[in-house]
Structure formats: C-alpha cells, structure tokens
Design a protein around this ligand. Sequence first.
Ligand code: SF4
Length: 237
Amino acid sequence: MQNKDIQNNLNDLNELFNKLTSLEIIQKSNELFETDVVFLTSMGLEDMVILDMIVKSKSDIKIFTIDTGRLYNETYSLISKTEQKYNTKINIVFPNNSEVEEMVNNNSINLFYESINKRKLCCEIRKIKPLKRVLSDSKAWICGLRKTQSITRHDLKIAEHDVLNNLIKINPLLDWTEEMVWNYIKENNVPYNILHDKGFPSIGCAPCTRAIKKDEDIRAGRWWWESPENKECGLHK
Ligand code: SF4
C-alpha cells in the first residue's frame, strides 16, 4: 500500500470508528478486513477485554500471543485458563531459537540490564521478529493501547499506520480509562493475570516488569531502570 492510500484509508476509518463502540469497532474491522485482521494479545488487562469482545462478536479474528520465553508463570496459567473458558485457541508464536541462542551466548542471559541497545536487541529477537512473522500475511492488527497508559501514547488515533509493518493498527480501547477496563473485567467475569492484584498494572517479561507503588506512573514497572521516553519495546511506534 502507498503512503497516500494508507492516509486516505486512515482518515475514512477514523471517521467511521469514532462513531462506534469498542465492540462495534472489532466487528467492523472483521467485516472490512475479513481474515486479514489479527489480534495480538499480551494477555494484559486491556487485551483480555478485547479477547472477550472478539469471542462475543463471533468474529473469525485469529488470536495470537508471543511467548518470549521469559514470561511469568502466571501469564502461562492465564493463557491456559482463557482457552478453556472461551473454548478458543490462542496461537502461540515463539522467537527463532538459533537467534536466541546466539544473542544469549554472545552476551549474557540477562543482557537487557546492561544497556538500552542490548535491551532493544532482546526485544527485537524475542518479540518484534515473531510479531513481524504473524503480521506478514495481514493487513491490520488489533491492539489494546490506551492514551493514558503512557506519555508516548497520548496522540494516538483509533486507526494508525503501523509504519514498521506497513499495515493498519486498530486500537478499539483508545479512550478507555483504567477504571473502565476494570469495570468491564469485573462485570463480564473476564479472567485476568493475578499479578494485577499484586501491584502490577502492566505485565510483560518477568525480568523486565516489577510491581509499582501507589504514587508511581502505571508504566513505571516496565524497564524501570530506563527513562520514560525509552519505555516502548518496539512493538508499538
Ligand atoms: S521485555 Fe525484557 S526479556 Fe522481554 S524481550 Fe524485551 S528485553 Fe527481552
């Protein structure tokens, strides 16, 4: 797709999506892109809301998650519990084992603490490359990004051009508050990662996520040793 075509599509899509509820955005995305739209879940709270809506909408949007090999056990338990509850398949995508071996053996097992470049290398191999594999056959992907999650997300729109993967990224929960997310989870009995009850607002790989204190920013527990402007893993730019 050319940049001009994408921009025209985005304007039309945002005009349409701005009038719809989150559930309707998911349904409309499936209608417009058919099997060319996928959902990549991190199994975080927002993604659990979206997964619940995808199942309820009876859409045929395929669900994927990336197993970086460094996830919390609680996240694996949630994957299993979710598949059972919804009787649906979450397709697991793994990084390339040779690349992981080479990276770890040329550096160290916890290389991400050593420098931003090494942390980005780890995210590239364990997350971004598997993501690109999933997206290579798609025209759009659905994400659980919200504006208030991070200073880097304030200017997002519901439909965005994902420049790195040259497709459309759709954020159905963009204007939701954290309170709205929790209300939906509770009212709809949606399963969620029990680490959220232990001070983790955001959960990624185990070595790179910690619980936060009450007065800290909700992204403070991700790559806590880095400054706020670096706190994206490259999945979302
Ligand atoms: S979050 Fe940490 S462990 Fe996970 S891929 Fe990125 S650097 Fe590696």
